[in-house]
Structure formats: structure tokens, C-alpha cells
Design a protein around this ligand. Structure first.
Ligand SMILES: Cc1ncc(C[n+]2csc(CCOP(=O)(O)OP(=O)(O)O)c2C)c(N)n1
Ligand SMILES: CC(=O)[C@@H](O)[C@H](O)COP(=O)(O)O
Ligand SMILES: [Mg+2]
Length: 615
């Protein structure tokens, strides 16, 4: 006889007939299954381990897919995927052609909203709840948002709107006191205060008044006090936003979760449930080091993560070293991260210069304008930011930084395809959206040494600047020790060839070199997208029959477009081929496979160039 509850669950409807004991067992089995899966695929482990009970309770109480569960960021949806018919495919998680690591509407009708970027869930769920009302449809809408994601302005924009709309919306705040790193800011301090016994006891005395309009909840609170200690306290901030605040409750207590959700389901209007969970719950190494286990590669569950074994530094590490070196040389340097300190390589800098390190929370827009303010007052801010998250702060870049020509340096990590995270996280557009902004300097290094030199160049630029580099390691170029810049707006001819000239940018210079050898082509490492090296473009156009541009950015409006514009401006018409990312979203998977599928590996580039010449 099979004792596994998970084996008996084909879809969420099966949860309705399970006993409480079985639901608890199911949460435990999900946890084991997730550990075993992520050990083989890599993925967001700690966040997923923290929501096993919540996921079980949500699917036991609500009726997805009719009821809509909107997961914020979506990095914690593995249990949800397993319970909604995707268990067999979990071995393909984040692999090429496999399951996405995030919710995806194309993948399942149970995935109510695509995510990857944080703090969108309340807005999206409010939209769905509002549509239900307008269309006279009867379903419930739930947004599940973490305490980290709650620090973003967008979450508060949505609360502000929702609290005044009387929509049937439940917001569940999953508070584990962690973003990727420990959560920061005044909101975090406020949530901690809500969790403290002192606050609980103080508000508990007044809770009957607050709960009076909701008899089922009050009754439940009285009956199940031992399970739901701290369950029904008014949360002043969220109440002020117009929500009925409930909690905090233990988010690992299946009984408390089911009882509370069942009661909330009967209520109308905006509801806010505060649950407390532990990031990494149930796997000791992740409980001890939730930051390290936030996102992991493949690992041995018995041994845990292994330390990085030497090898080439990543671009992130090259940047981190440069930042510390430049900070030592210049007291005016300040480093800013919107909640991505580890991922952006700021750990050493933060330890060395704590007073000049600012983790502003998941607040990319604020990060840019905060940097603008610092720059106005004589500091030299370096904002370390992933390309994909910079998209959030575009107006702040234009309106607050560039318009005032302020010396803010953007160290843009994860430029180009990122692999397993997929299209939500691809840095596919930055060269296009940066080069059209007046005053910007935009550079793309082709190796680690150039990365360091271009960072120094950008930092000295008297206006806004950006250096964009890819995820992972480069070719292994030895790093200069100094902080010397290179000439602004000047590329470098790496190879002199015959009739074809390849003008390559950033990460694709290396494969282009192999292609240039095979085709006896000239190769320019352009280094700068803006200002573009017009003189080098002129020379190459005058001495070659065919020009090819190459970049790991969308072709549309990207670096190749800058070359074409320069040629037009110079009055030089030449056959030109633009190679880069396509005008479609590139799925998740192995980065090398994805690049090859885009025709951007050496073989693909060679094929395209040969076809172009022959045509
Ligand atoms: C706009 C945006 N900025 C940054 C990130 C990177 N990021 C992903 S998860 C995360 C922390 C989220 O913390 P929380 O919402 O509390 O979820 P937890 O991992 O603790 O469950 C961050 C900063 C993101 N996904 N989106
Ligand atoms: C969910 C999220 O946004 C981050 O956890 C992201 O997946 C990190 O990506 P890196 O692994 O490239 O740091
Ligand atoms: Mg959290």
C-alpha cells in the first residue's frame, strides 16, 4: 500500500477530500520533493521551502483555477506547480524546453499571472477582482506577497488603490524577515514590531472591537486560541490603507491557515492576512543560511552547497573588486543596490565601507533618484543593478539623472540572456533604451580587463554612464591592478582581415574573433555604444565590402542601429548585417543553447555572415 499523500494528488481538487493529518503530511512530502528536485535542477530553494503549508492551505480552501492565486515574484511556486499537475515535469524545471521557474500562463491554467519581477501581485490581483465585479463573475482573488516584495513602491500604489475600491481581494503577506538578504528599511522594522509579543499583547486587548464586524473570525479566534496565537490583531498601517488586517499567524500551521482562510473566504472587501514563515524551512542548511540558499545551482542535499572552487572570477566579482578599489581611492564614492547586494557583488564593499553602502530595498526607482540626490550634493554614486530591474527605473534615469547630467554610474549586471531565469530576467533591451537618452555614456566590455577599465572610464565621466556586462564568467583576461580609464568613445581593431568587417559589442566580441579567423574578416571591439566610434566605423566602411554588427541585445534600436545611424550620417552606404537578439522573448534554459538558437554562437554567426556575403 502506498502511504504517500502526494501520489494521490493529481490536481488541487484532490486536496478537498484529504484530512488535516493528510494535508500536513502533504506539506512535508512537497518539501522533500522540492529539495530533491532543486538539488538536480538548481532553482529558488529557500523561498519555496517556506511556503509548502501555505500552498497546501490555499489549494485546500480556494478553488483554483476559478479562484485566482497571484504569486509575487513567482520564485516560490514550486509546490503550486507540483500540486497543479506538473509534478512529473519538475525534473525539467528551468532547463531548456522545460518548466519555467516562475508562473507562466502558457504553462498552466492555474498560473493566474506571469511574474519574475517583484511587487506586481497586488495590482494584478486587484485588476482581476475588479474585472470579476464588472463582469458579475464570482471568484476569489488572492495575492501572495513576501515582506521583501512589500518594500517596493508599486505594492503600496496597489494597496492605496485597492483599499479605496472595496474589491474582494485577499493579500497574504508572507513575512519571513528576509528579502534575498535580510530585509531592510522602516517597513521591515514595522513588521517586526507587529510580530513582537509586546505589540501583540497591546493590540490584542483592543482586538474584539476590530473583529466585531466579522463574527465568524472572532468566534474562530476564541475557539482556536492555542493554534492561532496572535491571530487577530489590528495592523494599524494596513488598516489605515482600508484593509481588514488579520494576523500575524504561523504560516507553517496548516490548521491555523485553513481555519483562517476558510473564514476570510466568507468576507467581502479588501482583506490582509499577515503570516509568519521561515525561509528555508525544513532543510537545516537553508534555515541557517537562507540567503545562500535563495537561488542555488545543483547540489548534494546531504552535503549542502559547496564553496566556489577558485577558477575565473565572474564579471560580478570583477565589478565588486573594482568598486572596493575605487572607493578606497575616492571618498566620494557611494554604492547603492536595490536589494541585490550579493547578486551584484557588493558584499566586500559593504563590509569595507558600511557607511557608504546603501541597500534601499526592492526599490529600483527610488535607487536612481536617491543616487541623483547624492550626486547633486557632491557624492559619486555607483548604482549596481541588474539590466532587467533597471527597466523599472527608466523615468528616474531620464528625468532625475540624465536631464540634470548628473555623474551617476550604472554598473549593469546580467546584460544579455541570463539562462535559467528566462525572459523575465533577460537583459535584452538595455543598449536600446540607454543609447537614446541624452548625456549618457554607454559601454560594453568584451572581457574582464576591459570591464575594469570601462568602469573607471565611466566613473570619471562627468555625466551619467552605464557599463553593462553579462552574467557569469568571461574569457579570463588578466585584470589590471590600476584604475586607469580608456579613451572615451574609441573602439579597438582586434583583427585586420579582408572584405568583411565585424563590429562587435561586449560579450559577443569573443565568439566574433573565432568567426573572423575562419572568414579572414576584420574585427572591431567597439567598447562604446555611446559615444560610438565614428572614425573607426568610417575607416572600416571605406576599406571593406560588407559590414556586420554583433551584440547580445535586441537588434531593434541597439548597438548595430547606432552603427547604421553613424554610417547614414557619414554618407556611407554599405551592405550591413545586424546580428543580435530577436524580436521575441527568448525562453529559459542553458545559456549556450539559447545563444545558439538565436544564431549567436560562433557557428551561427559564421553561417549568417556567409549567407549575407553570398547574397
Ligand atoms: C523588481 C525586482 N527587483 C529585484 C528582484 C530580485 N528579487 C527576487 S526575489 C527577491 C527577494 C524577495 O523577498 P520576498 O518577497 O520577501 O520573498 P522571499 O524570497 O523572502 O520569499 C528579490 C530582491 C526582483 N525579482 N524584482
Ligand atoms: C527571483 C529573482 O529575481 C532572483 O532571485 C534572481 O533569480 C537572481 O538571479 P541571479 O541568479 O542571476 O542572481
Ligand atoms: Mg521574505
Amino acid at each position: 500500500m502506498n502511504d504517500s499523500v502526494l501520489d494521490r494528488v493529481g490536481d488541487p481538487a484532490d486536496l478537498k477530500s484529504l484530512s488535516r493529518a493528510e494535508l500536513k503530511q502533504l506539506a512535508g512530502e512537497l518539501r522533500e520533493f522540492i529539495i530533491a528536485t532543486v538539488a538536480k535542477t538548481g532553482g529558488h530553494l529557500a523561498s519555496n521551502l517556506g511556503v509548502c503549508e501555505l500552498t497546501v492551505a490555499l489549494h485546500a480552501v480556494f478553488d483554483a483555477p476559478t479562484d485566482k492565486i497571484v504569486w509575487d515574484v513567482g520564485h516560490q511556486t514550486y509546490a503550486h506547480k507540483i500540486l497543479t499537475g506538473r509534478r512529473e515535469r519538475m525534473a525539467t524545471l528551468r532547463q531548456t524546453d522545460g518548466l519555467s521557474g516562475f508562473p507562466k500562463r502558457e504553462e498552466s491554467e492555474y498560473d493566474a499571472f506571469v511574474a519574475g519581477h517583484s511587487s506586481t501581485s497586488i495590482s494584478a490581483a486587484l485588476g482581476m477582482a475588479t474585472a470579476a465585479k464588472l463582469k458579475g463573475e464570482d471568484y476569489r482573488t488572492v495575492a501572495v506577497i513576501g515582506d521583501g516584495a512589500m518594500t517596493a513602491g508599486m505594492a503600496f500604489e496597489a494597496l492605496n488603490n485597492a483599499g479605496a475600491m472595496d474589491a474582494n481581494l485577499l493579500v497574504i503577506l508572507n513575512d519571513n524577515e528576509m528579502s534575498i538578504s535580510p530585509n531592510v528599511g522602516a517597513l521591515n522594522a514595522y513588521l517586526t514590531k507587529l510580530l513582537s509579543g509586546r505589540f501583540y499583547n497591546a493590540v490584542r486587548r483592543g482586538s474584539e472591537k476590530v473583529l466585531a464586524p466579522f463574527p465568524p473570525i472572532l468566534e474562530l479566534a476564541k475557539k482556536a486560541e492555542e493554534h492561532v496565537k496572535g491571530m487577530m490583531t489590528p495592523g494599524t498601517l494596513f488598516e489605515e490603507f482600508g484593509f481588514n488586517y488579520l494576523g500575524p499567524i504561523d504560516g507553517h500551521d496548516v490548521d491555523a491557515l485553513i481555519a483562517t482562510l476558510t473564514n476570510i473566504k466568507k468576507l467581502s472587501g479588501p482583506q490582509f492576512l499577515h503570516i509568519v514563515t521561515q525561509k528555508g524551512k525544513g532543510y537545516a542548511p537553508a534555515e541557517e543560511n537562507p540567503c545562500g540558499y535563495h537561488g542555488v545551482g545543483k547540489f548534494d542535499p546531504a552535503a549542502g552547497l559547496s564553496a566556489k572552487a577558485g577558477g575565473k572570477p565572474t564579471y560580478t566579482e570583477v565589478f565588486g573588486q573594482w568598486l572596493s578599489d575605487m572607493a578606497a581611492a575616492d571618498d566620494a564614492l557611494v554604492g547603492i543596490t536595490p536589494a541585490m547586494g550579493e547578486g551584484s557583488g557588493l558584499t566586500d564593499f559593504a563590509a569595507l565601507f558600511p557607511e557608504r553602502y546603501f541597500d534601499v530595498g526592492i526599490a529600483e526607482q527610488h535607487a536612481l533618484t536617491f543616487a541623483a540626490g547624492l550626486a547633486c550634493a557632491g557624492m559619486k554614486p555607483v548604482v549596481a543593478i541588474y539590466s532587467t530591474f533597471l527597466q523599472r527605473a527608466y523615468d528616474q534615469l531620464i528625468h532625475d539623472v540624465a536631464l540634470q547630467n548628473l555623474p551617476v554610474t550604472l554598473a549593469i549586471d546580467r546584460g544579455g540572456l541570463v539562462g535559467a531565469d528566462g525572459p523575465t530576467h533577460a537583459g535584452a533591451y538595455d543598449l536600446s533604451f540607454l543609447r537614446c537618452v541624452p548625456n549618457m555614456l554607454v559601454a560594453a566590455p568584451s572581457d574582464e580587463a576591459e570591464c575594469r577599465m570601462l568602469l573607471s572610464t565611466a566613473y570619471r565621466h562627468p555625466g551619467p554612464s552605464a557599463v553593462r556586462y553579462p552574467r557569469g564568467v568571461g574569457p579570463g583576461a588578466p585584470l589590471p591592478e590600476d584604475l586607469e580609464p580608456v579613451p572615451v568613445g574609441r573602439g579597438v581593431l582586434r583583427r585586420q582581415g579582408g572584405k568583411v568587417a565585424i563590429l562587435a559589442f561586449g560579450s559577443l566580441v569573443r565568439p566574433a574573433l573565432a568567426v573572423a579567423e575562419r572568414l579572414d574578416a576584420s574585427l572591431a571591439d567597439m567598447r562604446f555604444v555611446k559615444p560610438i566610434d565614428r572614425e573607426l566605423i568610417r575607416q572600416l566602411a571605406e576599406s571593406h565590402d560588407h559590414l556586420v554588427t554583433l551584440e547580445e541585445n535586441t537588434v531593434m534600436g541597439g548597438a548595430g542601429s547606432a552603427v547604421a545611424e553613424a554610417l547614414a550620417d557619414l554618407g556611407l552606404a554599405r551592405p550591413i548585417l545586424h546580428l543580435g537578439l530577436p524580436d521575441r522573448f527568448v525562453e529559459h534554459g542553458d545559456p549556450a543553447v539559447l545563444l545558439a538558437r538565436c544564431g549567436l554562437d560562433a557557428d551561427g554567426i559564421e553561417r549568417s555572415v556567409r549567407r549575407f556575403i553570398s547574397e
